[in-house]
Write a protein that binds this ligand. Sequence first.
Ligand code: PGA
Length: 249
Amino acid sequence: MPRKLIAGNWKMNCLKADGVALARDLGVRYSGEADPVFDMLVCPPAQIIDAVGAAIAGSGVVLGGQDCHRERKGAFTGDVAAPMLADLGCSHVIVGHSERRQYHGEIDLLVSEKAKAVHEAGMTAIICIGETEAERDAGQALAVCSRQIAGSVPEGSSAENTVIAYEPVWAIGTGRTPTADDVAEVHAHIRAELSRMLADPDDVQILYGGSVKASNAEELMSVANVDGALVGGASLKADDFWAIAKACS
Ligand code: PGA
């Protein structure tokens, strides 16, 4: 079974001082664990990654980006390239988050190209997939995940460089979550889809994301094929994020 990964997606939150304080707090807690059974990842906004990296240095907490460009460098004003994130010490980069798909028109092919750029920069891509509410109501949840996996997971992917995050769009930031049975069904389906594409499907971490909080983490993290969480809102408070991580133990 893959090791659990608890990932915090800070989104467009935290000025530098707040981010550094949050990261330092988490670093102290994580490094105080004798033998943590989970990996802890924080993904701050790009402009404070460097400062957050310094705050968690030596703690065991790892660093990630929230997005990157598909190209390695060039005339792309305002964008961030994967090698730049690697240069700051990132080990992971989130790609294809539903907010990128929705607000920036990102399609599966672009997500796949971004994941490839992450791989080529020596990092792990956290590839996000998940259905909208209308798609779930229409009985399309599994088909949407299949389509997004087929389109967004590039060649050369393996458990070494790829994490899948299942994030039903209707559960993100809404306080609503699927039932444990629904999560189990989708995660088993994702594992089966990966087994048709990858050599080591059983080792790939499949995260659940969407309104994970301290009160539901234990139930969600104990579902079969759930190898951790991608947490938005609740990752902005050290107590809440830490309680979610401890729910894995
Ligand atoms: P949420 O966001 O935990 O605030 O629902 C999750 C995400 O978007 O990754």
